[in-house]
Design a protein. Structure first.
Length: 200
């Protein structure tokens, strides 16, 4: 079997992205709902973000990646202050469900999307990564528990392997954090993005 045939077979075997996003959303929404106002200024595993800033970023990511699913232009440069508005936790839940719907629509994974004209499935994988990693960041920062769906972790392990070199050049990922041989797959995934899965 040549490389192209292997890639085609792999794509056929890949789990639907919409289902993976739904699994990630089901874990992220309770974390966001559990963020209390008194911890909005707490630091997070993302060095440049406190909880409020990261929550704003994540909600903006969820909104903008909906546009990318339908091949519209997006703007990640200046997130609005969603958290300053009443009902922002409920809005996150609504927008996250809309994200799942957008990437579950026929044609969403076809062609390219975004300013860099990246393959749509790769862009959808980036949405899945942000949703998963930042939900963990927020859970860690606010004293909540978080457990990623195993199928999501498996998908993101491949996503990070593909994107990590470019991500590190762009400053999106930090240097990989060493973990022990007994580390579970999610810990390895977090470490590959530059996060310490066992620290803060």
């Amino acid at each position: 079997m040549d490389t192209n045939e292997k890639q085609t077979q792999k794509q056929k075997q890949a789990k639907p992205l919409g289902g993976l996003l739904a699994a990630a959303v089901s874990r992220a929404v309770p974390v966001v709902a559990g963020i209390e106002d008194k911890v909005l200024d707490a630091r997070t595993p993302c060095a440049d973000y406190d909880v409020k800033t990261l929550a704003n970023h994540l909600l903006h990511v969820v909104v903008e990646f909906q546009k990318l699913a339908v091949k519209q232009d997006s703007d990640f440069s200046s997130p609005p202050d969603y958290v300053a508005r009443a009902g922002w936790r409920e809005r996150f839940a609504r927008e996250a469900e809309a994200l799942v719907e957008a990437w579950s629509t026929p044609g969403a994974l076809e062609g390219t999307t975004g300013a860099m004209n990246m393959p749509a499935r790769t862009v959808g994988g980036m949405a899945l990564l942000d949703l998963t990693a930042h939900a963990w960041d927020l859970a860690r920062a606010t004293g909540q528990s978080y457990e990623a769906d195993p199928a999501v972790v498996a998908e993101l392990t491949e996503v990070v392997e593909r994107l990590a070199p470019t991500g590190r050049e762009m400053g999106v990922f930090g240097a990989a954090v060493p973990v022990g041989a007994d580390a579970d797959p999610f810990a390895r995934l977090l470490a590959a993005t530059g996060r310490d899965p066992y620290g803060h």
